[in-house]
Design a protein around this ligand. Structure first.
Ligand SMILES: NC(=O)c1ccc[n+]([C@@H]2O[C@H](COP(=O)([O-])OP(=O)(O)OC[C@H]3O[C@@H](n4cnc5c(N)ncnc54)[C@H](OP(=O)(O)O)[C@@H]3O)[C@@H](O)[C@H]2O)c1
Length: 254
């Protein structure tokens, strides 16, 4: 899995396809979407017209908790116009339980080659464990809201111990905390923006950020994070900003 991906929530309409094509052109190699983002056809179109071969792009999509997971996966492939996605996720756990039936459907989809890997999103560690116990197969990924302002050492430790990749969604706090003085101070020292500091913090903590940007300048800026390193004390100071912040008010571990 690439170290960073492009989030695409609210990347819709006629521009979505050219936005994705631009992203692939400047080096993004992972695209995160979902049926309810309304942009799967445009993403498919961009994949077909981009100069990057399909096998070099890590494509992530999701099934909803009230759907039949297997047939929903088939429908997502149809919309995207691809034979396989690289990762299929349960978008969120159902209102009760861990979604064992959904997980069973995703594992069948994986066994039939519709998805290379299967995982979850917005899951607690307990729910991840329940799926693993029920099926013998642990989700490869848990995609959750994650930033210095909202994160959990326990979730990260559990992920490390169990080989689960944490994909960090809303890593830029949907811009709500970009004015934080600590971010700016650390960024200034490295000649980087607050957004770049947030993305770098995710990467150095061992998570995989999925920043969304409809602006071409933002997309370029967000990819320009591989020529500097946050010091250990920067990482600690950023981690200490934790206020369990969530733009969606639904951190699964609070
Ligand atoms: N699994 C789930 O339940 C779930 C939930 C939420 C999100 N996600 C995924 O995670 C992705 C990212 O999360 P998100 O879209 O909620 O929020 P985000 O990535 O934290 O923030 C996106 C916002 O930041 C702005 N931005 C981007 N780069 C910037 C920069 N360098 N400087 C200043 N502002 C910048 C964007 O502006 P412009 O667009 O104007 O460039 C947009 O307003 C989503 O798109 C989606 O793929 C998954």
């Amino acid at each position: 899995m690439p170290a960073i991906g492009l989030g695409t929530w609210q990347l819709t309409g006629d521009e979505a396809s050219s936005d994705i094509e631009h992203a692939l052109g400047i080096g993004y190699r992972m695209i995160d979407t979902s049926g309810d983002y309304g942009n799967q056809p445009q993403i498919g179109e961009a994949l077909r017209s981009a100069s990057v071969p399909r096998e070099q792009v890590f494509l992530v999509t999701k099934v909803e908790e009230d759907e039949d997971a297997y047939s929903s996966t088939e429908a997502k492939l149809e919309e995207l116009g691809v034979d396989q996605v690289d990762l299929i996720l349960i978008h969120r756990p159902p209102p009760s339980g861990a979604g064992e039936d959904l997980w069973d459907g995703l594992l069948r989809a994986k066994a039939d080659g519709l998805a290379a890997e299967a995982g979850v999103s917005n899951y607690t560690t307990e729910q991840v464990d329940r799926l693993a116990e029920a099926s013998g197969e642990r989700p490869a990924v848990n995609q959750i809201e994650w930033s210095p302002f909202g994160h959990s050492d326990e979730v990260l430790e559990h992920a490390r111990e169990n080989g689960v990749v944490i994909q960090a969604y809303s890593p830029l706090t949907r811009t709500e905390r970009l004015d934080d003085p600590t971010l700016r101070k650390i960024g200034d020292r490295h000649g980087k923006t607050p957004a770049q500091v947030l993305i770098r913090w995710c990467i150095q903590a061992g998570t995989v950020p999925l920043p969304k940007a409809s602006s071409a300048e933002h997309r370029e800026e967000n990819l320009d994070v591989f020529d500097f390193e946050l010091r250990a004390d920067d990482m600690d100071r950023l981690g200490a900003l934790n206020e369990h912040y969530s733009s969606l008010s639904e951190l699964p571990y609070v």
